[in-house]
Write a protein that binds this ligand. Sequence first.
Ligand code: 6PG
Length: 240
Amino acid sequence: MPPEVIVDEPSRLAEAAVRIVTAERERALADHGAFAVALSGGSAATALFPSLAALDWSRTEVFWADERAVPPDDPESNYGMARRLLLEPAAVPAERVHRMEADAPDLERAAAAYAQTLVRLLGTPTRLDLALLGVGPDGHVASLFPNHAALSEAGRLAVPVFDAPKPPPRRLTLTLPALTSSRRLLVFATGRAKAKVIGAALTDTSSRLPVASVTRPAAAVTFLLDPEAAEEAAIGATRP
Ligand code: 6PG
């Protein structure tokens, strides 16, 4: 199915995210009685979480698409950001929140433990209902960076990254199989610096950028873009 692309002013993209998350949660609850979502850090988190915090987060399992090797209270922690802007305001119960322990000394073991948690809670095949992804100016999503070995992982659901080009170098990330099998991907990008990679993801069917590799095979994808990020994708302003 071709991706849905919503282009709007940054301030209005959060409203679109609220609509999409609400619809996906309702569909998931009707279909299998629970909602499983993976969150990201970066500007997607700061732009969307305050609005998403107003939603009903009951019967929802919260995972992460990636995490940086910092303690949960560190300002760089993706979990910490979600806790401040979303999980605490929405009073999501701690037992439903599945932090990636990227600050663990043994990242291989932490990645394997995270994959086990996904399988235990979601069963097999292991499908998230929704993964929220930001996009780097280099086209990375989660902590899957261009030309990095983690991008070719075909079996495991989560892997360590020891040498990310974006600091900090140590991270945990869901893999392409874990992300592409999500029932919907919600990809958020704003600003001129993202225009080139968004253009490639939406118009170049042979692009090997992570944002293209994750969105191309996915069952359903919604891009949330501001007009600057959409500039090279040949899409004018849209409003759902
Ligand atoms: C992280 C994020 C990462 C992020 C992109 C885009 O831990 O760094 O999860 O994948 O989404 O780097 O970040 P910006 O939207 O802040 O540019």
